[in-house]
Design a binder for this molecule. Sequence first.
Ligand SMILES: Nc1nc2c(ncn2[C@@H]2O[C@H](COP(=O)(O)O[C@H]3[C@@H](O)[C@H](n4cnc5c(=O)[nH]c(N)nc54)O[C@@H]3COP(=O)(O)O)[C@@H](O)[C@H]2O)c(=O)[nH]1
Length: 722
Amino acid sequence: MIPISQISPQNKTILIVDDVLDNLRVMVSYLEQLGFDVVTAQDGEEALQRAQFVQPDLILLDVMLPGIDGIETCRRMKAIASIQAIPVIFMTALTETNKKVEGFAAGGADYVTKPFQIDELFARITTQLQLQAMHQQLALQNLALQKEIAERAYLDERMRIASLAYQNSAEGMLVMDAANRTLSINPAFSSITGYALDDLAGIDSQLFQSNCHEPAFYAGLWESLRIDGHWHGEVWDIHKSGERYVKWMIINRLDNEDGSLYGHVAQFSDITKKKASEELILRQANFDELTGLPNRRMFGERLTQEIANHHRVGTSLALLFIDLDRFKEINDTLGHAAGDEMLVETGRRICALTRESDIVARLGGDEFIVLLPQVKELHHVEKIAQALIDSLAAPFLVDDTLTFISASIGISLHAGTVLEGGELLNHADQAMYVAKRLGGNRFSYFTPLLQQAANSRRNLINDLRVALNANQFLVYFQPIVELATGRIRKVEALVRWRHPQRGLLGPAEFISIAEETGLIVEIGNWVFREAVRWAKRWTSLVDDNFQISINISPVQLKTDGDMIEKAWLAYLAEVDFPAASVVLEITEGLLLDDNNKTQEKLRQYRKTGVQMAIDDFGTGYSSLSYLKKFDIDFLKIDKSFIHKLSTEPNDRVLSKAIIMMAHQLGIKVIAEGVETEEQRCFLLAAGCDYVQGYLFSKPLPPEECEQLMIRNSVAPGHAMAI
Ligand SMILES: Nc1nc2c(ncn2[C@@H]2O[C@H](COP(=O)(O)O[C@H]3[C@@H](O)[C@H](n4cnc5c(=O)[nH]c(N)nc54)O[C@@H]3COP(=O)(O)O)[C@@H](O)[C@H]2O)c(=O)[nH]1
């Protein structure tokens, strides 16, 4: 409570509302003498405006006013938020007793009766000001109190949430004092470690010291906590049951307000299962499931490391590529389980003959590899290779049966020259094939000659990559002649590569590389468009039944899923060339391909109207039943067959039989490689439909082929060779 004596008129403003000017003058002069600031108003409306504008500390309000009286003025003041707290003292006449009661009801704080004693007026003013000051003080205290309550509630809520999180966290938590005694643990701690608070309370927890790690590990941990106040990492620990587990743990130092150590808080999660599954994934990615040996991926990594090492240290390293001879037969005759058993035993025998520093891996199938990282003498490599061959030639006991197998080993050496791992492996692979070609059960080195072939192959691959954009491909055409009339009815498109250094190359020199590298897809698409472009031009020279034969590689079919449906048919529509005028030449192998997708694809092509020819018939399975199944239009008897017609009576019989059976199946026959008049006559007599070969023409550049066709259309002949 502020004593009255402390209420000073200084800086206190009083609004006097009275319509009698004399009254106003007397009161203003008196109150100003006492030190108050005074403002005046002469009616209720003016009083309301001034009060809001001036914000006085107290209002002296006459009851009797013109317009709205003092009671109503007070009532309106109490309804205005900005001034409703200002105390109002009514000034009443002696006779207005009833007005006093009304004044209190309207919100008045006090009253003075006119004519008033000056001392009484002062006493009432200061009392109201004092009360006002007390109200304000109380309001402030109230505000502070409310703030404190809100803060406390906020802190309580935070504590509640923290406690909920602590109790329900999936991570184990532990709080320790400065002497590492356990103060508190949460339920997850107990479920991960098996320990309850009673087991640990007050005891030096030794939490971080299960001795699963070397002492230096724990020393490092404590050192980090001491210096950084923080540590995190993987810790192996022992569950109360005695089982080992691994956890991911974060430890933080807790300080008192003065900076001294309070203790530590540790939180951790059990990562044993996660780690085990990570290890399993890593194992599956890097090791062969059957033999447990490193797989191709891991071997590749180790080889790269060893080559880098080799450059640093300057030693030689050797790769031994081991492939079992006739392993397929074992699988086919004894079954895959027996094959697997042999592979496991093969891995064991190889490991038994190598040192720990050597790397043994299974690349897949029956291919194993040994890397000898520090080769000092060549004869040492040979000794190991021979020992491996001898060991693998020893009988295997599979299913209580003694089984024999042998191995071919290719050796590549890395000494001096800078080679990449893949290249080294490739060399060993090539050398292994040489050993195989020599009969197997032996080893062979990667030689300079093989090296030369490998280099030239690599160059050819590089050249092939740019050949298409450099317009180096050409299409030659070879006529296919109707035997009965001697007329050219079809031409076969045959690709050529005009190599900038090596001249004109035939497909035998680059198609297999194009297939291996996948470039055959782009090349094949280009050949198709080029062939169709010329064929369209030639249809008018021959007739509407004129056809263009285009070779298609199995790789094209397998790589570019909907090549024919999309690109080729769209091109035919674009240039308005009928699908039925295109014959796709495929090999018999494709029909026998177990892959349902390939077979389905062939059937779909057939539905588009494109015709199908089986190329090189007679060199493979020669299965006529497949031809019917796939609705084949033409069968091309292979040139090797035709070339032997004059010398091999059996081939003559077979050729006749093939032609007859094909006709019975509604398939037309084309004989390839017809070089002599004798062959032509025989084929004519045997009822063959078409012939193709040097007797009529070699494959020709398009312009020359066109000239030949013009001549042939005028004078069909038997021998047209130019
Ligand atoms: N995927 C693709 N493969 C293609 C493409 N172009 C060709 N090829 C394949 O290459 C094979 C060899 O073709 P090529 O060297 O052009 O040989 C052809 C003829 O020159 C040759 N032939 C023709 N007549 C005779 C002959 O009387 N004697 C003889 N010794 N050889 C002759 O045969 C080849 C054509 O035969 P074929 O294709 O079997 O009808 C070629 O076979 C295709 O497989 C291509 O664009 N894509």
